[in-house]
Ligand binder design. Structure first.
Ligand code: ZN
Length: 330
């Protein structure tokens, strides 16, 4: 596994989180899987896998969390039976699935589980089962399963290093665009490889660092690096949640406008007829819009949005990066 080019050394969990170091997580996962077992790498892989599966199951991975809505998905965490089926019993080991160390490969997670993970870290080791209903009837009572903390079996003291690192991810790491003025945001970026096109952009976060009020997961398909797209979107949502009565600063409003105007539909080739239609549409649009600039969408244009966005060019991330440099300079 190759190392991203990051400035600081990658010895230690703090830096590994701050700079998203694949190599660190590969080594840590390997040690965890092979820890204290038989010395036979095949047998140790089986034992380690099941130990890991059970541990992250307590964090809500590989199963439904129990949301009060139908059709919740549970994601997927493979077990020995799965790999026996794929490779044959006794003929697979850690090296067959090490990419799960960085959340790739066989591992399947749903965004709700990742938001829940952010909540677990924010709470330093426990979560309340996610739910939408706050209360039913005069007493406002709900099923006790939505008011009882679930502990993940990791001592609360162990979360400090993760939380400090997630603060630095936003302060000086891969997610500078997630910063909210006067609020300490803790986050982690993710970039998920996409065989069909541009990477998927991912970001989880919670805020404020002390006495946290909101945890969030943001996934944007075909949008590139997590720090460039998902992070600013999540950050704007968190700011609006934490300060519902105040308006965004000028810079933050500009960022919001920029994010709203993006489309991440993958480019697809148009046939001749479509190209012709597209040309006619452009002519019409330039007549209607004021000096060719984007105008706020009304109800009618929102209806058209779905079909329109398919034809829009995929976003280029550079302008946003430039924008963040400008912000820094100021
Ligand atoms: Zn590294």
């Amino acid at each position: 596994m190759g190392c991203h080019h990051h400035s600081s050394n990658h010895n230690g969990l703090h830096n590994a989180i701050q700079y998203s170091c694949n190599v660190y997580f590969y080594q840590a996962f390997r040690q965890y899987i092979y820890h204290n077992e038989t010395g036979n790498t095949y047998k140790d892989s089986e034992k380690g896998l099941m130990r890991w599966r059970e541990a992250i199951g307590r964090f809500g991975f590989g199963r439904r969390l129990g949301l009060d809505l139908p059709n919740e998905k549970g994601g997927f965490v493979p077990d020995t039976a799965y790999f026996n089926k794929v490779y044959g019993k006794g003929s697979w080991k850690f090296s067959n699935w090490y990419s799960m160390a960085i959340g790739e490969g066989e591992l399947g997670v749903v965004p709700l589980q990742m938001a829940n993970l952010a909540a677990i870290i924010a709470n330093r080791g426990w979560y309340i089962t996610p739910h939408l209903i706050k209360g039913i009837g005069k007493n406002g009572k709900i099923d006790p399963k939505y008011t009882t903390p679930n502990y993940v079996g990791v001592d609360s003291s162990k979360f400090a290093v993760v939380i400090d690192a997630m603060e630095d991810v936003v302060r000086a790491g891969t997610a500078g665009l997630a910063r909210i003025p006067d609020i300490i945001v803790c986050g982690k970026t993710g970039t998920s490889q996409n065989k069909k096109g541009k990477d998927h952009s991912a970001f989880i976060a919670f805020a404020p660092k002390h006495n946290p009020k909101i945890a969030i997961a943001c996934y944007v398909e075909n949008a590139g690096f997590g720090g460039v797209v998902a992070a600013p979107i999540a950050s704007l949502i968190m700011e609006k949640y934490l300060r519902p009565d105040s308006t965004l600063s000028k810079q933050r409003l500009a960022l919001e406008k920029y994010m709203r105007e993006q489309s991440f539909w993958p480019a697809r080739t148009m046939d001749k007829e479509e190209l012709k239609k597209e040309g006619e549409k452009k002519d019409e649009k330039s007549k209607n819009s004021k000096d060719g600039k984007a105008v706020a969408p009304d109800a009618d244009s929102l209806k058209k949005e779905k079909t329109d966005s398919i034809r829009r060019k995929p976003v280029v991330s550079e302008p946003l990066v430039r924008q963040s440099r400008v912000e820094k300079g100021k």
